[in-house]
Structure formats: structure tokens, C-alpha cells
Design a protein around this ligand. Structure first.
Ligand SMILES: Cc1ncc(COP(=O)(O)O)c(C=O)c1O
Length: 353
């Protein structure tokens, strides 16, 4: 066995969901399970947490359909809404809650009234999806006339995870004003806002990354936030070589030994979803001891410094999980844990623990 595997921990997902519910207070928690449950498995994530939360959130209708076909009966919010009238009918048939974020969707709905539950997304400063406030008020009125009154107002924070955040307060004020004018519940908070801004909890929150045991903040770890590790990525040492002073390792010879080193070859690469842009110095752990990646990541292998670690061929190397914080790996790679979780390929063995 090559031994390259991803361990998924439903109990940790459940723990993290309960933490979100605790923080949310009176607000409903819609757990984001889009993008294959942030790489954990769509159904696995949904099944692990569905008893703890009020609803689930996905990006697209196909994800919601897969949940329904597998017996998930919770409310499901579809964040990108529908793309055509066929999807609108499907959403209604599958009892989904769809987000209306653009005027073309309003027009489509006005032309094809359908008793589907809709959340009106308002652009409060993210400037990605969402109607402008005046458009949202007008759309709500017109949709009500055809029997498609929105059931809620939704907004999304641009900077809730930024240390010196100067956006969220303004965004919340605007979203709150619109929800109040329309006398509708408000859904605004992602994980960062839920963890940080009690006032932003409103009537519904939509945490994602915190459920998967990662911190949205640079200044606080997941453990400090009371979250548990739900995703552990590991592989095995398949060779150990001595590299002499002045010799380089791997493609492009990007790393050169300044003294004799023992270099372990680990059976994981970007073909498994380990990030190719991970630089020399990225943390990994051998038998629970932290060391570093050296040289370039290849498709099927990485090379790590095992000097002085009494490591042997066959030993386990943790890429992230219990000893190596996924957020530290993400920082070393100039990315976020979201991307690391999502880009794991089909090749590693999945184990559910
Ligand atoms: C609309 C929407 N709501 C909520 C979330 C959850 O955000 P996070 O994973 O940062 O908690 C996302 C994630 O990107 C999103 O797109």
C-alpha cells in the first residue's frame, strides 16, 4: 500500500458545528457544505452535521440535488441560485431555497413565477454578487406582486477575516436597514463574522471553514477558537537518501545542501493534491516531529529533511492535521486552507475515522 491518505473525522465536524450553533445563539445555522463539503465529501459532511444545524448551504443546484437524492431533508440554500427556468422548477420541486443575486434572475422569475423560496442577495460592499439596495427594494416589490415574495435578505462580508476590518460594520448596517425595510430575516455572517461579531449574527448565519477545523484568522489558531481537526492528510516515506554538501534535490535544483543531510522521499505530490507551489521550508511532520519540505513538489513525490529524526522507510509523514496546522501550510504556500482542502484529488485513500 502506498499509504497516501486523507482521514476525515465526522466527530470533529460535529463538534465544530455545535460550536457554531453555540455562537449563533438565536440565529439559525446554515452549514456551508459546498465544493464537496470543502473537500471532506459532500454527503459525509452533511450527514455528520445535519442533526446539529438548521440547514445546509451549497453553491449550485447539482450539489443540492445530490443531497436530496441521498435523503437529506434539511432546508438547503443554493448560493448561486438558478441559471435558467428549468433549474427554477427543479429548485421548487426539490424544496430548495435559492438566492436571487442579479437582475437577470429577477426577470427570469417574473417571467416564470414559481413558488420557490427565495433569498434576495444585496450588494453591501463586496461588489461581487447582489442587487444594489435600491434595486433590491424594487425587486422585492415586483416579486411580491407575482407571488414570489422573498423569504429573507442575504449579504456577504468582504473583510470579516481581515485584522483591521473597516468594511463589515458598514456592510452590516446597510444589510440590516434593507432587511428591516422589507421586514425580512437577515443572513450575513460567514465563519469569521460569526466568530468575531456578535451583532452580525442576525437571524441566520452561514459558517463554512470553521466547521472544517480551520481558522479564518491569521492571528488566532483553530485550536484557540475551540475547533477540532476534521481533515488529516498523510503519506509514507518511500526512500531516504544522503545528500552531500553542494548537492541539490529535485526538479530545477531549487534547494542545495549546505552540509550533509538525510533527505526523505514521501509518496505524495500535486497528483494527490499537495500544493505544487509549497516552497522549501513548508512544515511537515515525521512520526510527530515537525521538519520541512526541501526542493520542488513533483507530481507523485515530495522531499523532506529527515536529518537526525531516526526516520525509516515506511514511516508516516503528516502533511497537515494534528501536528502540522493546515493554516500554517496554507500560509507557507501563499493560499488558504479552503483551497488546500478542495484540491485533494481522487488518488489518496479516504478513511473515515
Ligand atoms: C455566500 C457564502 N456564504 C458563506 C460562506 C462561508 O464562508 P466561510 O467558509 O469563510 O465561513 C461562503 C464561502 O465562501 C459563501 O460564499
Amino acid at each position: 500500500m502506498r499509504g497516501t491518505r486523507v482521514e476525515i473525522r465526522p466527530a470533529a465536524l460535529r463538534h465544530n458545528a455545535r460550536r457554531a450553533v453555540e455562537l449563533a445563539g438565536e440565529a439559525q445555522v446554515f452549514a456551508m457544505v459546498k465544493a464537496n463539503g470543502y473537500g471532506h465529501g459532500l454527503l459525509l459532511a452533511a450527514e455528520a452535521i445535519h442533526e446539529s444545524v438548521s440547514g445546509l448551504g451549497v453553491a449550485v443546484l447539482e450539489e443540492a440535488r445530490a443531497l436530496r437524492e441521498n435523503g437529506i431533508t434539511l432546508p438547503i440554500l443554493v448560493a448561486e441560485g438558478f441559471f435558467d427556468d428549468k433549474e427554477l422548477q427543479d429548485a421548487e420541486r426539490l424544496s430548495l431555497e435559492v438566492v436571487v443575486h442579479s437582475l437577470w434572475q429577477v426577470a427570469l422569475l417574473l417571467a416564470n413565477p414559481c413558488p420557490v423560496r427565495i433569498w434576495l442577495k444585496v450588494n453591501t460592499g463586496m461588489n461581487r454578487l447582489g442587487l444594489r439596495p435600491d434595486e433590491a427594494l424594487e425587486a422585492a416589490a415586483r416579486l411580491s406582486e407575482v407571488g414570489n415574495a422573498p423569504v429573507g435578505v442575504m449579504s456577504h462580508f468582504a473583510c470579516a477575516d481581515v485584522e483591521h476590518d473597516r468594511h463589515s460594520e458598514k456592510q452590516l448596517l446597510l444589510a440590516g436597514t434593507i432587511a428591516e425595510q422589507l421586514q425580512l430575516p437577515l443572513s450575513a455572517s460567514n465563519s469569521a463574522a460569526l466568530l468575531r461579531y456578535p451583532r452580525a449574527r442576525a437571524q441566520q448565519v452561514r459558517p463554512g471553514i470553521m466547521l472544517y477545523g480551520s481558522s479564518p484568522f491569521d492571528w488566532q489558531t483553530a485550536a484557540e477558537l475551540g475547533l477540532q481537526v476534521s481533515h488529516r492528510f498523510s503519506a509514507r516515506l518511500i526512500a531516504i537518501n544522503v545528500v552531500e554538501t553542494g548537492e541539490s534535490v529535485g526538479y530545477g535544483a531549487t534547494w542545495t545542501a549546505t552540509e550533509p543531510r538525510q533527505i526523505g522521499v514521501v509518496a505524495v505530490g500535486y497528483g494527490d493534491g499537495y500544493p505544487r507551489h509549497a516552497p522549501s521550508g513548508t512544515p511537515v511532520a515525521v512520526n510527530g516531529v515537525v521538519t520541512t519540505l526541501v526542493g520542488r513538489v513533483s507530481m507523485d513525490m515530495i522531499t523532506i529533511d529527515v536529518t537526525g529524526l531516526s526516520a525509516s522507510v515506511g514511516d508516516e509523514v503528516e502533511l497537515w492535521g494534528d501536528v502540522v496546522d493546515v493554516d500554517d501550510v496554507a500560509r507557507a504556500c501563499g493560499t488558504i486552507s479552503y483551497e488546500l482542502f478542495c484540491q485533494i484529488t481522487q488518488r489518496p485513500e479516504r478513511t473515515i475515522v
